[in-house]
Write a protein that binds this ligand. Structure first.
Ligand code: ZN
Length: 462
C-alpha cells in the first residue's frame, strides 16, 4: 500500500491525494491551485500520475480547491468512478461550470489583447464548459454519510459529516492487501460545531493513518456571536445614515449563512422591516437553490424551520437578481439596501459595479465577511486604500469599511486537536492543506503519532 500527495502539500489549495492498494488506485479530491496568476501553470502541470490509471475518485466536498481539476483529469484520460454525496455532486457541477466559464472568458480576453498587440499567441482555457459536461459523466454512486461503500474486494469507503459546507465529508478507507489491513482517514476540510444550517462535524473513528487539513492549525477560530452582532450593528448604522451596504459574497455557504442571519435579524426585529436585500449573484442564487434541495444535510434547527413552513433563505424584502438588467436597476436604490454580490475577493463579478456606485459615498458601507488574499481588490480596500482602481478608473474610498472575521467555515486549532484525538494513536499523521507555519505549529502539538508534512508528489509506503 502506498500514498502520494499531488496537491495541497505545504499549501492550502490543490488537494489531490493518491492511494495504491491491491492493484487499485484511489484518488481523494482533485482540486485547483488558487491564488495569483502564476498558479495557472501549476494547474496545467502534469498531475504526477497517469489519470487513466485511476480507478476511483472520492470527493470530500465541492470547493474549487478540492474539485476544480476534475474536468482536466477527465480530459487527460481518467475514466474511473467519481463518488461523493448527492449535495456535493450538484455543488461540484455548479463550481466546475463556473470555473470553466471564467477560464473561457479569460482566454478570450488574453487572445483579444494578444491580437491587438500583433502577437499570434493562442491561450487555451485549462478546460471548457464542454469538458465539464464530460467530467460529469464519470460521477457514479452517491455516498451517504455513515454507510460503507464497497469499491473493490478489500477496499471500503465510508463518508461521514465534516460540517464544513453543504454535502462535505471526511472519509474512512478500510484497505486490505496480502492479509495486511489499514484504516486510513481523510479529514477533508473540517467545519465548526454549533453553526447554523449544517450538522456539526462527526468525530472520526480510530485509524492507523490520518491525513488532515491544518488551515487554522496555529490559531483559534473567532467566536461567531460577536460577529453576527457586528454585522447587525454595521447594517443598522448604515441604514440610519441613509446609505447602502455592499457585502462581497462567496457563493457557497457564506452567502447562505449571511442570508440566514439577515432572516433571523428581521424576524427578531433587530434589523428594520423595510430593509431590502439583494442577492445579486447568479452562482449564489443557484447554490441557494441546491441548499433547498438537500434537507438531509440540515441540522435539527434548520430542519425544524423548513418543517414548520419557514424558509431561512426567503424573507420579505429579499430579491434574487439573476438578470443583468435587474442587477443594474439596484443602482437606482439610494439607501436602505443590503447588496450581496460576487466575487468574494472583488476580483471579478458584479460586486465591482456596486463598489463603483457606493465606495465614494460616505453614507454607504462595505462589509467583508471572508478571506481577502494578498493582491486582490478586496485586500486593498481592507488595508485602507484611500482610492482604488476599478475597470481602469480611480475611485475614492469614502464609505465605511468593516471586516468581520467570525464567519469562517474552518475548524480552529482546538477543534482540529479534538478531532485528531478521536483517531486514537495513529502510526502516522500526514498534515496537508495548511501554510508551513500553521502545519508546524499543529504538528508539534500531536502526541503518540509520527507526523509527516509531505512535499509535492512525495510518496510513502503504508
Ligand atoms: Zn473547503
Amino acid at each position: 500500500m502506498k500514498i502520494a500527495f499531488h496537491g495541497a502539500a505545504q499549501g492550502v489549495t490543490g488537494s489531490c491525494h493518491l492511494l495504491d492498494c491491491g492493484g487499485k488506485r484511489i484518488l481523494v479530491d482533485c482540486g485547483m491551485y488558487q491564488g495569483g496568476r502564476e498558479l495557472v501553470e501549476d494547474n496545467a502541470n502534469d498531475f504526477g500520475f497517469d489519470p487513466a490509471s485511476v480507478d476511483y475518485l472520492l470527493l470530500t466536498h465541492a470547493h474549487l480547491d478540492h474539485c476544480g481539476r476534475i474536468p482536466l483529469l477527465t480530459n487527460r484520460g481518467f475514466r474511473g468512478e467519481i463518488i461523493t454525496t448527492a449535495a456535493s455532486r450538484e455543488l461540484a457541477r455548479l463550481v466546475m461550470m463556473d470555473s470553466a466559464g471564467l477560464q473561457e472568458e479569460e482566454a478570450r480576453y488574453r487572445n483579444r489583447r494578444a491580437r491587438r498587440r500583433g502577437r499570434a499567441e493562442e491561450f487555451q482555457p485549462l478546460y471548457t464548459t464542454l469538458d465539464t459536461f464530460n467530467a460529469m459523466e464519470n460521477f457514479g454512486r452517491k455516498a451517504r454519510h455513515g454507510q460503507p461503500l464497497q469499491l473493490a474486494p478489500g477496499i471500503r469507503a465510508t463518508f461521514f459529516d465534516a460540517g464544513h459546507i453543504l454535502g462535505s465529508a471526511s472519509i474512512l478507507l478500510e484497505l486490505e492487501e496480502d492479509g495486511d489491513t489499514r484504516r486510513v482517514v481523510f479529514s477533508g476540510d473540517l467545519g465548526l460545531g454549533g453553526r447554523p444550517i449544517l450538522r456539526d462535524p462527526v468525530m472520526p473513528p480510530q485509524a492507523d493513518v490520518v491525513v488532515m487539513e491544518t488551515t487554522y492549525g496555529d490559531r483559534p477560530h473567532k467566536e461567531l456571536q460577536p460577529s453576527v452582532e457586528e454585522l447587525y450593528d454595521a447594517i443598522n448604522a448604515t441604514v440610519k445614515r441613509g446609505g447602502n451596504v455592499v457585502i462581497p459574497t462567496f457563493a457557497l455557504e457564506r452567502a447562505q449563512e449571511i442570508l440566514y442571519y439577515l432572516h433571523a435579524g428581521k424576524e427578531q426585529g433587530i434589523l428594520p422591516e423595510f430593509l431590502q436585500v439583494f442577492l445579486d449573484s447568479p452562482m449564489a442564487i443557484s447554490a441557494t437553490e441546491i441548499f433547498k434541495r438537500h434537507p438531509e444535510c440540515y441540522d435539527a434547527q434548520t430542519a425544524d424551520l423548513f418543517r414548520t413552513g419557514q424558509d431561512p433563505f426567503l424573507f420579505r424584502g429579499l430579491h434574487f437578481t439573476r438578470e443583468t438588467a435587474e442587477s443594474m436597476a439596484i443602482n437606482q436604490v439610494a439607501g436602505g439596501a443590503v447588496i450581496m454580490a460576487g466575487s468574494g475577493m472583488c476580483t471579478g463579478g458584479r460586486v465591482r459595479h456596486h463598489l463603483k456606485h457606493n465606495l465614494g459615498r460616505e453614507h454607504s458601507s462595505v462589509i467583508f465577511v471572508g478571506y481577502a488574499a494578498q493582491g486582490t481588490l478586496a485586500r486593498r480596500i481592507v488595508d485602507g486604500a484611500r482610492s482604488v482602481d476599478i475597470f481602469g478608473e480611480e475611485y475614492a474610498v469614502r464609505a465605511q469599511i468593516y471586516t468581520i472575521g467570525g464567519f469562517s467555515a474552518h475548524a480552529g486549532q482546538a477543534e482540529l486537536l479534538a478531532w485528531h484525538g478521536h483517531t486514537g494513536n495513529p502510526e502516522v499523521t500526514f498534515l496537508v492543506h495548511g501554510e508551513r507555519d500553521s502545519m508546524a505549529a499543529f504538528g508539534s502539538m500531536l502526541r503518540n503519532t509520527r507526523v509527516e508534512m509531505p512535499q509535492l508528489h512525495q510518496e510513502f509506503s503504508l
